[in-house]
Write a protein that binds this ligand. Sequence first.
Ligand code: WT7
Length: 632
Amino acid sequence: MTNYQIKTFEDYQEAYKASVEDPAGFWADIAGTFKWHKKWNTVLEWDFEKPDVKWFVGAKLNITENCLDRHLKTRGNKLALIWESNDPKERFIRYTYRELHEKVCQFANVLKNNGAKKGDRICIYMPMIPELAIAVLACARIGAVHSVVFAGFSAASMADRIQDADCSMVLTSDGLNRGAKQIPVKRVVDEALQTCPSVKKVIVVERLGWAVNMVEGRDVWYHEEVVNAAKECPAEEMDAEDILFILYTSGSTGKPKGVVHTVGGYMVYSQYSFSNVFQPEESDVFWCTADIGWITGHTYLLYGPLLNGTTTLMFEGIPTYPDAGRFWQVVDKFGVNIFYTAPTAIRSLMGAGEDHVLSYSLDSLKVLGSVGEPINEEAWYWYYIHVGKEECPLVDTWWQTETGGIMISSLAGVTPTKPSHAAFPLPGIQPVLLDSDGKEITDNEVEGYLCMKFPWPGMIRTTYGDHERCRLSYFSTYKGYYFTGDGAKRNKDGLYRIIGRVDDVINVSGHRFGTAEIEEAINHNKHVVESAVVGYPHDVKGQGIYAFVICNEPPRNVDHLRAEIVETVAKKIGKIAKPDKIQIVSGLPKTRSGKIMRRILRKVAEGDTSNLGDTATLLDPDIVDEIVKGAL
Ligand code: WT7
């Protein structure tokens, strides 16, 4: 038996071959290294048409025993979690595996004492404080389904997500620190809960020490509850296919959907991908800068490293506070060995100049990672040269909320890297490029729609409460395949390069938004009749949001109107989704059947109006001239 810890390119090739020839055997070997209460009857059952995918069928386990209990004997006194505050002057916090185990058990008991039980959905709306990590694991400990909502989303977004999953509890904090700002988190929760009768309990962690409104019978303080909580909590036995968590993500239509991941497959895939992509050694400190509110934080700040027994670092702040050297200062402070961040962060730090990075030694760094969007060559080289000193392999990791873990990426120091290329699929992953007829393109030096033709343990099982939506979104475009929504190229050596979304999804600083979702928010503004949103290239964010808006009457003050629309979007979705540019137009380029020709709007937004293509089929071709003239 092998556990597939890939150390050489030959290992990679061998593992890849084995994973295709005998997938069940391949994954059974890897899964065999975990602690199960009962082993599976069948490794895999699948049907991409329904879709119906099950891994480790019949197996029983609890993921937190694999994250924590399993390490107590050999790594009990090793650091599990290092937490660094937003404020460099505030003392950091460190928990060993034994301490983290105790904290998680205590939080789990607080949940139970407040009525939570297996299968309940619990919404977590918390800033990046240690209790967020602990709360997530505490849910998993008792078999409750966590639904983490990034604390930058608005009350309305939170309410949508709580209602969709029928959550019975919310875990939150009084407020949060973000750079120089402090934000009243509990107030957002209170607003959201006005439309969420399913929520019976709110547990509030103290972060800022602010006085907050506590609703009698509903809201309790964590620090008051925890004094009565035992330090041991038996782990609930879960079926491998029980839901571990729901995480909402945007698609090209409708409201964000609740991507469902299950306990067994997600566990196996997060540890397997973590250990092989980043190649951590026992004493390494791993830092993923993502918020736990996104999938990257779930899989590579929390579950992956802990499953692997690695020390993981959690940072409350932002890259530019108090200055643009903050990341590098933290790297030196804790001797970070593996650093995983997003291209948007790199580009914003690049803009602040090299001095910030050159004032730190960074000599602990061994591996660098990138995630969330295509990394342009300029950012790739800056990161590689100034941060990695040309000595650290840089892995460009392509994956999605739906894939659970990294799918296409170099394995650090093991397989080839090439700037701006995600490179090769992990063993066990079978990507294909399809042409517009849905046929597999088998040559190299080609471009196509990126799909997967075989399941992997970490993949999405359903969209919560609406299985048909899962089928329609991912399994219906190309029959028999999982469709990623991305376009990709494959070069002559078989390396993949991700081009970006081919659907109506915009990737802003590595965060996904559907154009429909933003338009719906904009249309809530009382002056707006209709709107159309497209993405355009943005130096720092990757893509910016460009909105074309039709008003019910000519605005008296355009700047004022723009500010109001931005405010509406912030209220409906969150500040992260606010349009960068808003152009007021008198009409939109529509076809006779009423469909907006986004192709034209995209060109305008990109500032490339020399060739707008055929506009003859438009209902009102003159509108194009007006839009081009008014372009921002
Ligand atoms: C979309 C998924 C799980 C990663 C965090 C974002 C884009 C992600 C890369 C990369 C080029 C990338 C894709 C994908 N994307 N990583 N390394 N190179 N594009 O997760 O919010 O689910 O978004 O992000 O377009 O489909 P997400």
